[in-house]
Design a protein around this ligand. Structure first.
Ligand code: FES
Length: 96
């Protein structure tokens, strides 16, 4: 199991590895801001405060969107995140 802490929403959930953050938010009613859910709009931009090493690598689409948005190195698109390894991941929404 892994743990995701949603700092802006003041929630934390235990999740099986392999979970996508968007699916977790839907099933646990986490009010994380999403819109397109396809890595285009940046509504879900978040700071990864801890545990980046437990997440999936950035895909080309996510890299392009982050670059276009001038995102910092520790920022990811929440809708593109998957928990790949056991550990604790702390996410902070940028727009919340
Ligand atoms: S919801 Fe649009 S990029 Fe994630």
């Amino acid at each position: 199991m892994a743990k995701i802490v949603f700092k802006s929403q003041n929630m934390e959930v235990d999740v099986p590895t392999g979970s996508s953050v968007a699916e977790v938010c839907d099933s646990k009613n986490v009010p994380f801001p999403f819109s397109c859910r396809s890595g285009v709009c940046t509504t879900c931009l978040c700071n990864v405060l801890e545990g980046a090493e437990f997440l999936n690598e950035k895909g080309d689409n996510e890299k392009m969107t982050l670059e276009g948005a001038g995102a910092k190195d520790n920022q990811r698109l929440g809708c593109q995140l998957k928990i790949e390894k056991e550990g604790k991941v702390v996410l902070e929404s940028v727009e919340y």
